[in-house]
Design a protein around this ligand. Sequence first.
Ligand SMILES: [Zn+2]
Length: 427
Amino acid sequence: MAVKSRKDEFFDELEIMPPVVREEYLNKKLTETVKHLYRHSPAVKMILDTAGISPGQVQTVKDLEKLPVTRKTDLLEMQKENLPYGGVAAIPLKDIERVFISPGPIYEIQPSSIKWFAKSFWAAGFRKGDVVINTFTYHMSPAGILFHEAIRDCGATVVVAGTGNTDLQIQIMKDLQVTGFVGTPSFLMTVIKRAEEMGFNLERDFSLQRAWFTGEMLPPSLRVTFENDYNIDTSQAYAVTEPGGAIAYECYKKSGMHIMDEYVVEIADPETGKQLKPGEIGEIVVTPIHNKSWGLIRFGTGDLSSYITEPCPCGRTANRITGIVGRAGDAVKVRGMFVVAKQAEQAIMSFNEVSRYQLNVGRRQHRDEMTLKIELKDKDADKAKLTEGINKKFQDTCRIKLDKIEFVEAGIISEDKQGIVDERKWE
Ligand SMILES: [Zn+2]
C-alpha cells in the first residue's frame, strides 16, 4: 500500500517561526514562566533564592545558566520532605486535574489539554482515517493517556491496547486493520516476529503503514528492517515524563529531532551546568514554558545528546537534537568534550579484527591524552590499515581524536577492564 506523503504539512505556526522570532518567543515565554512560578511554586522560589537570583534576572535562555540543574533524585528528595508534590505544584491542590506516578515514586501533575504533543504524531503522518494501536501503558505513567490524546488531536482513531499480550495485539491489529503503531521499536519487532510465527505475512495480512516510537533507541539497522523489509514508515520522538512528555520529534527527513517550542531545551555540561555549543555532547536539560502549573526549571534528564542548528529541508525551523548517545554517568570529559562509553565501544568494536579494547585517558603536560589499547583476534591483521580505520571511525563517532593506538598481546586486557579507564590524577 502506498504511504501517504507527509511533506510540507505543519501542525502549527510555531514550527516554522524564523529563528530570530523564535529566540524572542522563547525568551519572552521563559521570562513569564519564571516570574509566575517564583510566585506560585515554593520549590522554584527556594531554588532562585538559594542561587541568589531574582526572577527579573532571568530574561533569556542564556540566563538559565545562573540556576542549578534539578535532577530526578532531587525531585524525589523534595517530594519526600514535602509531600505530596515537593513544592513543585504551582496551582491550588483542588485545581489539579490529574496525577501521574513515575518510578520513585514521583508524583507529577498535568493539565488535561496538552495540544502540542500532537505535533510529533502529525509530523509522523498520523491523520483522520488512521487506526492507531497505542501499546504504551495506561497504568500510572503518563505515556498511554498523553499519547492517546495526541493521536486523537491528529484526528486518528486510537485502539486502547496498553502493554503486553502480544498474540492478542496481533489479532487486534489484523481484525481492526490497524494502520499505525505507537510503542517501542523492540515491541514492534516482537509483534512482527510473532505474527510471522503464527503464519501471517505482515504486508499481505495487515494494513500497518507507519510506526511512532519513543522510550528507547531506534538503531539504524532496525529502522532499515522496518522500512525496507516491511514497508513501515517510522518516526521517533524524545520524551521524558518529569518535565511533561514529548520534547523533540522527527520530521520526514528523519535526521535529528526538532525541539518543541513549548520547552526550552539546553545541552549542558553535566558537571558545570554551562550551555554547550552545537555539535558538543552534553546533558539534555529541559524547562517547560507552557505549563504554568508545574514548577520545574532546568530539569536534568541525564540523557546525553548534541544539537544542530542547520536549517532542515522540511521547513521546520527549530534546532534538532541528534539522538540519545548515552547517560551522563557513562561519559568522561576529555579535552573539554564528553566521550560516551557506548559510542566509543560502537566505533571500536565495529572492526571485526578487534577482540578486546581499553581506552585509557591520561594526562601529560596539562593535556588529556587518549590511548587505545587493542587485542586482536588474529595477530597478523594489517595493523597500519586498522589504525587508520579506527582513528577515522573514532573521530567521526566521538568527535575527538585518539592520541595513540597500541596493539597488545592477547590476555592483557581482562574482561572487566574493557571500556574507558580514567587514569588522570588531579592533584
Ligand atoms: Zn525537519
